[in-house]
Design a protein around this ligand. Structure first.
Ligand SMILES: C[S@@+](CC[C@H](N)C(=O)[O-])C[C@H]1O[C@@H](n2cnc3c(N)ncnc32)[C@H](O)[C@@H]1O
Length: 200
């Protein structure tokens, strides 16, 4: 069987929708997932770690889920902060369509899903949450993080989940070297939650 990378723009694998439940917010979120999109049929353990451990988001503001997939993070932010505007960006068209569909199915009107180039370039983000696409490679990941972290608002911050086997500690060092104040705010079973503050 030909396997897509989860970061393909247009996955070619046959669709196989599976519904999952994220039972961390009240009421639980029901999400459709699909082949060709990250974490088909389950909630990724790193994503769940972020959703359990990230400090509560502000009540309002503009938030970003960088690499939204089918929307687990974007929808949780939207549910926790109904007064916020949540933007989920992804290169994968199948992911974007699922994220938008999942937001609507859960009655969340404060989520928008957009391809990176379609997101309003003037938006500044008060909060970024991301389970970033480590598998795109180090150079591409660094470029991606630099691009979006620069769009934090002056008091903004990002929370990233990365496993130590996927380079969390070297990523933290690299972010610090670039002038981003970065701290590890939680750690469990190899998962690290990194907080990155807007660069002055
Ligand atoms: C590790 S997955 C996380 C998906 C989802 N947020 C979750 O937690 O289940 C990373 C996501 O980043 C997306 N991605 C890859 N390259 C990207 C880029 N250049 N810009 C935005 N998203 C990208 C992938 O398509 C994938 O959906």
């Amino acid at each position: 069987m030909l396997m897509d990378h989860y970061f393909e723009t247009s996955p070619t694998s046959a669709s196989e929708i599976k519904e999952i439940t994220i039972d961390l917010v009240d009421p639980p979120l029901r999400l459709l997932t699909d082949r060709g999109v990250f974490s088909h049929g389950r909630t990724d353990a790193g994503t769940e770690f972020l959703l359990r451990q990230a400090p509560p988001p502000p009540a309002s503001g503009v938030f970003l889920d960088l690499g939204c997939g089918s929307g687990a993070i974007a929808l949780t932010m939207a549910r926790r902060s109904p007064g916020a505007r949540v933007v989920g960006v992804d290169v994968n068209e199948r992911a974007l369509s699922l994220c938008a569909r999942n937001a609507a199915a859960n009655g969340l009107t404060n989520v928008e899903a957009a391809a990176p180039d379609d997101a309003d370039p003037n938006l500044r983000f008060d909060l970024i949450w991301s389970n970033p696409p480590i598998r795109i490679g180090k150079a591409a990941l660094h470029e991606l993080l630099e691009l979006w972290l620069r769009r934090l608002s002056p008091e903004g911050r990002a929370v990233l989940v990365v496993h130590k086997h996927l380079g969390s500690d070297s990523l933290q060092r690299w972010l610090t070297e670039q002038g981003w104040t970065t701290s590890r705010i939680a750690s469990s079973r190899g998962y690290r939650l990194l907080r990155v503050d807007a660069r002055p």
